[in-house]
Design a binder for this molecule. Structure first.
Ligand code: GLU
Length: 467
């Protein structure tokens, strides 16, 4: 049996790794691990105009953050180096020439203005706006001469009749009418290949056995299938998984959802929770459970069970799941996660003490600061007007000042007794005290928070609020 080799082939044309690509990476990675194969990262950077500086680096660092490890790639090399398409230009040019020689591709000398005119005319005539193939007819003697003097591209000679058919592991047989396929540009006038030529040449030369990618690439696949056939290469196994969608079913887009891996990281989502959530995008656990580890996913997932369409990507559900992961994280680990999330800015021992108070209350790590800010900083403002409660605060300060055993329970008993004595509703009483001590209306449990803050700090804050 041939060794399984899978790949992801991100283009460094966005800020970072797109969450849709994280999904594709996850499926490829898991499938590779199941088959003891190799997982390859190839950077498809041939669209020079769209390249974003720093994108490749961030893509690789995001994969690492998710724990999705590759066996070959631009950063670590491998037997089929280089893994960056811009460093493989000669290969594509050579392969375009092979197709010319075999009669499966041709030189096209049409200018952008010619193409624009042609398109407009075809649309007017009610024809699909494809290239009309006019340069196919140029005689070899003529093009040999013209390529020395003129700008050209190399186009795929799509058969005029018949159908191109392939089998998709997830979707079954998919068939396209050749007359509706464009004579795709394979090599551009600047010598760079288009995606279609480069992806086929590389997948073949890198011995990729399974191409697993999202649905959005289905319409490109017949062109690739033709190319494999023209080169005389065996077709890899092909699977198009679901594309991530907004709730209105449109493809996940920047306008409706955050799409960059770095956004999720900066918000304090946990990588394991994201991967768990993504696993549910096109697959369900046979026991119907929603929360499972990647190891469990590796054990139970089967590529052929992937659904062609998944549920909408729902940020609220992901947040809920992330909260569940936080609750399952051991306190000591959660403490370091929060500490590191805030760039080690806050004293670790204080975070340590507060973690048990907030563990049930936060969904993402960035929920921590708004809840716990007051542990690290004296409040500057109060979320309710305390001016009417100054006498009450003075009385509280006096009572607490006499308390010797500074523990949450004792503080709580003392305060409740006072509220009862003064006939103030518990909720009102504690809201005043809470705001006086923390500045905030929403905090972790107050008595425990006061215990952590310590008697001195609490008294000084209450006194200040009563001035
Ligand atoms: N470069 C393509 C992308 O940006 C790769 C598509 C494929 O997997 O063939 O996702």
């Amino acid at each position: 049996m041939e060794k399984v080799r899978c790949r992801i082939a991100p283009s460094p044309t966005g800020q970072d790794l797109h969450i849709g690509n994280v999904y594709t990476a996850l499926i490829n990675y898991v499938f590779t691990l199941q088959n003891k194969g190799r997982f390859i990262v190839r950077i498809e950077d041939t669209d020079r105009a769209r390249i974003v500086a720093g994108s490749e680096k961030r893509i690789l660092s995001s994969l690492e953050w998710f724990g999705i490890k590759h066996d070959e790639g631009p950063d670590i090399g491998g037997p089929f180096s280089p893994y960056r398409q811009s460093e493989r230009l000669k290969l594509y040019a050579d392969h375009a020439e092979i197709l010319i020689r075999k009669g499966y591709a041709y030189y096209c000398f049409c200018t952008p203005a010619d193409l624009e005119k042609m398109r407009a005319l075809r649309i007017k005539e009610g024809k699909p706006p494809l290239y009309d193939g006019r340069c196919r007819k140029i005689d070899a003697r003529v093009w040999r001469d013209r390529i020395k003097k003129e700008k050209y591209v190399i186009r795929l000679k799509v058969p005029e009749k018949g159908r191109t058919v392939f089998n998709d592991v997830i979707r079954g047989e998919i068939s396209f009418e050749n007359r509706l396929l464009d004579d795709q540009v394979l090599l551009k006038s600047d010598g760079f290949p288009t995606y279609h030529l480069a992806v086929v040449v590389d997948d073949h030369l890198m011995k990729i056995t399974h191409i697993i990618r999202a649905e959005e690439w289905i319409s490109s696949t017949p062109k690739h299938v033709l190319l494999y056939g023209f080169f005389g290469w065996p077709l890899p196994i092909i699977a198009h998984g679901p594309v991530l969608r907004n709730p209105d079913k449109s493809k996940l887009s920047k306008r409706k959802n955050p799409v960059w891996a770095s956004w999720y990281r900066e918000k304090g989502f946990l990588p394991e929770a994201i991967l768990n959530y993504l696993a549910l995008m096109g697959w369900s656990h046979p026991d119907g459970i929603d929360i499972f580890s990647i190891l469990e996913f590796i054990k139970k997932f089967r590529l052929e069970d992937l659904k062609p369409v998944g549920p909408a990507f729902d940020l609220k559900k992901l947040e809920w799941l992330n909260g569940e992961y936080i609750r399952r994280t051991p306190n000591s680990k959660l403490k370091s996660q929060i500490w590191e999330f805030y760039d080690k800015l806050y004293p670790a021992d204080l975070i340590d003490k507060t973690v048990p108070l907030i563990k049930e209350r936060i969904k993402i790590l960035s929920d921590y600061r708004p809840l716990c800010r007051f542990f690290f900083k004296e409040p500057k403002e109060y979320e309710i007007d305390l001016s009417l409660h100054k006498n009450l605060l003075k009385e509280i300060a006096q009572l607490l000042g006499n308390l010797n055993n500074w523990q949450a329970d004792n503080i709580g008993d003392l305060m409740q007794n006072l509220a009862r004595k003064l006939k103030i509703k518990n909720a009102d009483f504690f809201m005043i005290l809470r705001v006086a001590v923390t500045g905030q209306k929403i905090t972790p449990p107050l008595n425990e928070s006061m215990e952590i803050l310590g008697k001195k700090v609490v008294l000084s804050r209450i006194k200040k609020a009563s001035l």
